[in-house]
Ligand binder design. Structure first.
Ligand code: HEC
Length: 130
């Protein structure tokens, strides 16, 4: 399973962040030098969910985030980014609480989504469940 995830990531995530994934450092956050929701989206999420968050079908199913009612749940989106799910990798070990909050808030307020209840870094920390 881990090998499948790593293969998926290496194939689909832009080459610029692959060195960061290969870095097995234990530090929390900051392994991706990306700041702000839009930059993080473009640097990480766009590789699978596409530039307009329209998703993709091909080697796998990458759901659209655009106009997606499931994004109304802030805790759900936070959980996905922290822990991953099926073919979606987890980013909890590589993004700081602030970075996770920024990208979660970004996708929940762009691409036809307009959901309130912004996530704060403290919410992300709580969502790590440690
Ligand atoms: C390597 C590809 C990949 C990357 C990178 C990726 N995702 Fe995903 N994402 C997926 C897949 C595949 C699923 C569907 C998971 C499933 O089947 O449950 C998914 C599901 C989701 C969902 C749930 C959508 C729904 O309709 O329930 C959200 C929200 C999401 N991703 C957000 C993000 C964000 C934000 C990022 C960037 C931090 C990101 N993803 C990066 C592959 C990816």
């Amino acid at each position: 399973m881990l090998r499948f995830l790593l293969t998926t990531v290496l194939l689909l995530v832009p080459a610029c962040i692959v060195p960061a994934l290969a870095d097995t450092t234990e530090q929390r956050g900051g392994t991706y030098a990306l700041n702000g929701g839009e930059t993080i989206y473009q640097g990480i999420c766009q590789g699978c969910h596409m530039a307009e968050a329209q998703g993709a079908e091909g080697a796998g199913h990458y759901p659209a985030l655009a106009s997606n009612p499931r994004l109304a749940g802030a805790a759900y989106v936070t959980h996905l980014v922290l822990k991953g799910q099926k073919a979606m990798p987890s980013f909890g070990d590589n993004l700081s609480d602030q970075q996770v909050a920024d990208v979660v808030n970004y996708v929940r307020t762009h691409f036809g989504n307009d959901y309130g209840g912004a996530v704060a870094p403290a919410d992300v920390r709580a969502g790590r469940g440690e």
